[in-house]
Design a protein around this ligand. Sequence first.
Ligand SMILES: Nc1ncnc2c1ncn2[C@@H]1O[C@H](COP(=O)(O)OP(=O)(O)OP(=O)(O)O)[C@@H](O)[C@H]1O
Ligand SMILES: [Mg+2]
Length: 321
Amino acid sequence: MSRNGVEQVLDTVARYFVGQRKTLEKVLAGALANGHILFEDYPGLGKTLLVKVFSRALGLDARRIQFTPDMLPADIMGSKIWNPTTRTFDLFKGPIFTSVVLADEINRAPPKTQSALLEAMEERQVTIEGETIRIPAPFFVLATQNPIEQEGTYPLPEAQMDRFLMRLATGYPTDAAAEKEILRRRIAWQAEDPTQTVPAVCDAKTFRAWQHTVERDVFVHESLLDYMTSLVRRLREHPKVEVGPSPRGALALLRVSRALAFVRGRAYVIPDDVAEVVVDVLAHRTIIEVDQALEGVTGEQVVIEVLRSITPPARQVVVAR
Ligand SMILES: Nc1ncnc2c1ncn2[C@@H]1O[C@H](COP(=O)(O)OP(=O)(O)OP(=O)(O)O)[C@@H](O)[C@H]1O
Ligand SMILES: [Mg+2]
């Protein structure tokens, strides 16, 4: 039952976004883990399209925030506004009070606004002039940024990247057929932006039920906990790494792996679920030594090196309860 529902969400997104099934599975896993996802890639690679289609297919309340350099924290969080009739301050809730926040071009917001957003993401609550308001689950931010240095952008501080459960790239079309398929679809849509026509194939209640299943029913064998622990620790101890992933990073690996197992129709995690998301979950939390970074060493490279250096547990072992 949930199997079909999950497939339906992925199939619906795939009717719009041309890309790898694996990417879609990861996005859904991140959402089910109630995690925030940062899509980082070059312009025109479908980041905005992907996040819009996803939020509509999931049937969750979504609001889009297009970030600009003149944006203030209050534009996102909300504020208190004087009401002359009742002679009281009324609370105006900003666009962050929704289930899915589409935070487009997050690196265009000034640092103060970014850090207010990142804090709200982590705390899952907002304080407006002394009043603290919780943001109920499901709540996750799908943010986009493009990595090219541009005038008037403020790259997210490395230390704050940790607030994102995963960093994903949409990537260039893998071959000529995929490239051509994008053109074909454009003709079929008869419009630049087809996202208004995306059907909601899930709803908040179903989505919450899936989230509960992930929390309650997806088994993780002890040997996989060892695997995750070694990955994180080996990365932290790596000579090229200045600051390695925190325990939050290890927990992120656990959350995403379990959700991905569920998305793939299993009630237990296998080593591949972990290995396939290690880069997405840990690379942006790995800060490389300055000298090494200047030489061109990236977090992604080191994560891949560490991943290759550790033997995963055997698949037969991890099924047993
Ligand atoms: N993988 C894809 N599948 C379908 N359409 C795509 C894909 N990649 C790009 N497009 C199309 O290309 C156009 C640009 O995509 P989009 O606006 O989502 O890019 P973006 O990554 O958000 O770019 P920017 O960084 O400039 O905001 C859209 O019309 C979109 O439909
Ligand atoms: Mg965009």
